[in-house]
Structures are given as structure tokens and as C-alpha cells.
Design a protein around this ligand. Structure first.
Ligand SMILES: *Cc1c(COP(=O)(O)O)cnc(C)c1O
Length: 464
């Protein structure tokens, strides 16, 4: 653990007065962790909880700075064919870590998805089967190729796209399956690989943008499908501000990805007599600075993943008996990267709705997110595909047929019920999990009263 992390951990360890009271036998009310459960949530006039959200993110370290300075001074700022180029070093490191043959570093997770689809020659009229419960980038990468995102519903318990629902949507226009490991937890990959094999070896692109070091049956997420796409955007578990990578075991795809990410230029870097392979390519290159910051986190990844997992599983055990709270289910054989700690608030059992709960928890001092908005991708895609250019590809009837296939009751429910904590909140000391669980439990006990409050003046806390 770095100095900086340790310091933030120490800072977070101050909330122990209730524990001291408990040790001295002074508490009368039942004490779960650190909160006196006889008190009221702050939103009802009680006291907030003293819970450091965890270390704020990103957590800069000295290695990153050292690596950055090297890149800066050696003037290896861009991707170059210099053997000392940090981008190539990162690609080798990441491919080894993932247990695959190839890694192509790119400028973002969106670029990774876009390049992966380009490598399959995805184009107008092709259908990509994916999940609605994801960041907008998943759908956008498909739309950029003028292909059609075909959305399969999710398993409400795991938040993951349901392989059976996806399988039913396969037809002759299906170009690829694109499961997303949402929250960093594994999608049911067996189902996708099976469906792909039964349909003439359809490619499977894993959107593993949230899933660094998550596993499925012992294998790294992203390494199981035909290609795996990662994001190193600032919020991600491995981050350099903006960045991404595509991994694959397929030599031919790897070569295509290499070319696509740098304008099909052969040899890779401009020089005398450069030749350009005629591919739909672009500039998706990662800079030396991005690679330097990523390499500076090399030795922290495994330990951070371990801490997140330990804290997340502990938190789930603490939340298990709170009525109406349903922590994200991790499938047997899966290990989550815990990019998000997600759970559902079921109003009928909890006593108040998700939005009210979220405001009460935030007021108590625990910042969370309510997720991906209303998740109405049908309207979103319809609007984007109403342009004249799109109309030359998709008629009104085509879009009606596409929409008629899509049925997302679980996704819509998730959009109303989900709450997320961010990955770095799981890097806090274990006792913070007790505080979070207690705060949720305390809100539940007063949920009926909280539901009646006028919250029109609510203002969200700044997230560190
Ligand atoms: C972050 C993310 C992306 C996009 O990554 P960027 O680096 O932000 O472009 C794609 N898919 C998912 C599921 C993500 O979480």
C-alpha cells in the first residue's frame, strides 16, 4: 500500500466513538458497527454518520510520477517504435496479466469497442446484441458504425445481460454478441460462448470496461470472448485519465486492430514510403503519458482488487437481512472486479422509493449514484437514426421491426431501483462497511417517515 493510501485509511479510521462506548459497556441501544440505532437519520433531524467515503480517486503514487518524468524527458510522448516506448511495455504487461497473446492499447474504452467492431468489419444493417444496462458508450460504439444495437433484457438479480434472452435475438444479420460485465461483475459468459458456437461461431466482444481483474471460472474477464475491451478512464479500477485496450488471442484480429488504430499505416510509423492498407481505420493511439501512468499502477492492482472484493462481500453480508435491499448477485464461478458496488432498493419492502433513499443516505454522509438515468435507449436510438443518412439505411418499418423485438422489463425496473457505490469506496477500512450498512439499516427503520418528507430543496454532496 502506498503512503498516500495509508494516510487516507488512517483518516478514515476516526469514526470509532461508538465502538469505544460499546467497549465500555455504555451503549444501551443495539449497536451495529458504529451507529446508535436508536438515533434518527440526519434527514429527520438526527446526526449524520462519520464515514469517510474512502480514499478519493484517483490515488496518485510516486511510481506514476517517475514513469511520467521518464517519458517526458526521453521525449517518447507518442506511440513510437522505439523499444523503450511505454505504450508497448504496457501492452506486453496487460496481455500477460490477462493471459492472452495480444493487447492493442488505445485512447479510450469507447475507442476499444469501436476498433473491435471495426476489426469485424461491422457496418450498416449489422446487428450487435448487447445489454441496455450499460454506459452509453456501449450503444454509441455500435451506432458509430451505423449498425443496430439489439438489446437483450438483464437478470434483475445480477444486473447482467441474460444469455437466453440474447440467444433468442440472433438472426442472419447478427454480427456479434457484446455482453458487458456491468459493475465489474461477470456476465454469464458460458451462455454467450454457447450461443455463439451454435450460430456458426459468431464473435463475442466482451465489454470489460469496468471489469479489470474480474474473473469467470478462473479466467480474466475480457480474455474469454473473441476480443475484450477495457477502459482506463479516470473512474475505472485501472486508470490514466483516458485510455483503453483491446485484448485477443486471435493473431489475425490483433493485426487488424493494430492497423485500424493507426490509420492502417504499414510499417506502423510514418517514414519514407509509408504504405496504407485500405481499411476503415482511424487514430485511436494511446500516448506515452497514458501508458506511463498505467505502468505506475502495476504493483497495486492485485492488492486493490483483493481489498475491494473482501469489503464488498462483507458489505453484502451486512446488508443481507435489511428488508428490500438486494445486493448484486455474483454468479457461481465468478469474481467481480467491483467497479461498482450495486444493489437494489425495492420500495414495497424497504418502505421508501430509491430516489428518496438515495437522498437520505447522501444527507447522512454517504455519497452514492442512482445509475444510468431512465435507460430509454429505444427513444435515444430512434432519435439518432432519424437523420437522412440513417434513413438511407433503416426505413421506418425496419426500426419498427427492431423495436418490436426488444422487451426490457427488468432493465426498466433496475433503472428505478439501483444504487451504486464506487470502487474506491471499497478501498476504505473494513469498519466503513459496517457504517454504510448501519446507515442503510437506520434509514430503513424510518423509511415510511422519510418518504413523506418534502425533498424539493435537496442538494447532492460533492463526491470526493
Ligand atoms: C467506461 C465504459 C466505457 C467507455 O470507456 P471510456 O474510456 O470512457 O470511453 C464503455 N463501456 C462501459 C461498460 C464503461 O463502463
Amino acid at each position: 500500500m502506498t503512503e498516500i493510501t495509508r494516510r487516507s485509511f488512517l483518516k478514515a479510521g476516526m469514526a470509532s466513538s461508538a465502538a469505544l462506548l460499546a467497549m465500555n459497556g455504555m451503549q444501551t441501544a443495539p449497536v451495529y458497527g458504529k451507529i446508535d440505532m436508536e438515533t434518527k437519520p440526519k434527514i429527520l433531524g438526527g446526526e449524520g454518520v462519520h464515514c469517510d467515503a474512502g480514499p478519493s480517486w484517483p490515488i496518485p503514487n510516486d511510481n506514476e510520477l517517475k514513469r511520467l518524468t521518464e517519458v517526458f524527458e526521453k521525449r517518447l510522448w507518442n506511440r513510437s517504435d522505439d523499444p523503450a516506448c511505454a505504450v508497448s511495455e504496457f501492452e506486453k504487461f496487460f496481455a500477460d496479466l490477462m493471459g492472452v497473446k495480444h493487447c492493442v492499447a488505445v485512447s479510450s474504452g469507447t475507442a476499444a469497442l469501436t476498433a473491435a467492431l471495426a476489426a469485424l468489419e461491422t457496418g450498416p444493417g449489422d446487428e450487435i446484441i448487447t445489454t441496455p444496462y450499460s454506459y452509453v458508450a456501449t450503444v454509441n460504439s455500435i451506432l458509430l458504425h451505423y449498425a443496430l444495437p439489439v438489446l437483450a433484457d438483464v437478470d434483475i438479480n445480477s444486473f447482467q445481460v441474460c444469455p437466453k434472452c440474447a440467444g433468442r435475438l440472433i438472426n442472419s444479420r447478427t454480427k456479434a454478441l457484446m455482453p458487458v460485465h456491468i459493475a465489474g461483475a461477470p456476465a454469464k459468459l458460458d451462455g454467450f460462448v454457447d450461443a455463439a458456437q451454435k450460430n456458426g461461431g459468431l464473435p463475442v466482444i466482451e465489454d470489460a470496461c469496468q471489469a479489470h481483474l474480474g474473473k469467470w471460472q478462473g479466467k480474466q474477464l475480457g480474455s474469454i470472448g473473441t476480443m475484450g475491451c477495457f477502459s482506463m478512464q479516470i473512474t475505472k479500477n485501472l486508470s490514466c485519465g483516458e485510455g483503453g485496450a483491446v485484448i485477443t488471442d486471435d493473431d489475425e484480429l490483433a493485426e487488424r486492430l493494430q492497423l485500424i488504430h493507426t490509420h492502417g499505416q504499414m510499417p506502423q510509423f510514418t517514414g519514407d514510403g509509408a504504405t496504407y492498407l485500405p481499411l476503415r481505420a482511424s487514430n485511436f493511439r494511446m500516448t506515452g503519458f497514458q501508458a506511463a501512468v498505467l505502468l505506475g499502477q502495476k504493483d497495486l492492482l492485485e492488492e486493490r482488487a483483493r481489498i475491494r472484493n473482501e469489503n464488498a462481500l462483507y458489505l453484502s453480508s451486512l446488508l443481507a437481512d435489511i428488508p428490500g435491499i438486494y445486493p448484486i448477485k455474483i454468479y457461481d464461478g465468478g469474481l467481480s472486479a467491483w467497479h461498482l458496488y450495486a444493489f437494489r432498493v425495492v420500495k414495497e419492502e424497504f418502505g421508501c422509493d430509491r430516489d428518496t433513499f438515495y437522498k437520505a443516505l447522501d444527507t447522512d454522509g454517504i455519497p452514492t449514484f442512482t445509475g444510468y438515468g431512465d435507460g430509454d435507449w429505444i427513444r435515444y436510438i430512434r432519435t439518432i437514426y432519424s437523420t437522412p443518412a440513417a434513413r438511407r439505411i433503416y426505413s421506418e418499418q425496419d426500426l419498427n421491426d427492431w423495436e418490436a423485438k426488444i422487451n426490457l422489463p427488468n432493465h426498466n425496473k433496475l433503472c428505478r431501483e439501483a444504487i451504486w457505490l464506487q470502487q474506491y469506496q471499497l478501498l476504505a477500512p473494513r469498519e466503513n462497511m459496517e457504517i454504510i450498512a448501519d446507515a442503510i439499516r437506520r434509514i430503513q427503520r424510518h423509511a415510511g417517515e422519510i418518504q413523506k418528507l418534502d425533498m424539493s430543496t435537496f442538494q447532492k454532496r460533492m463526491i470526493p
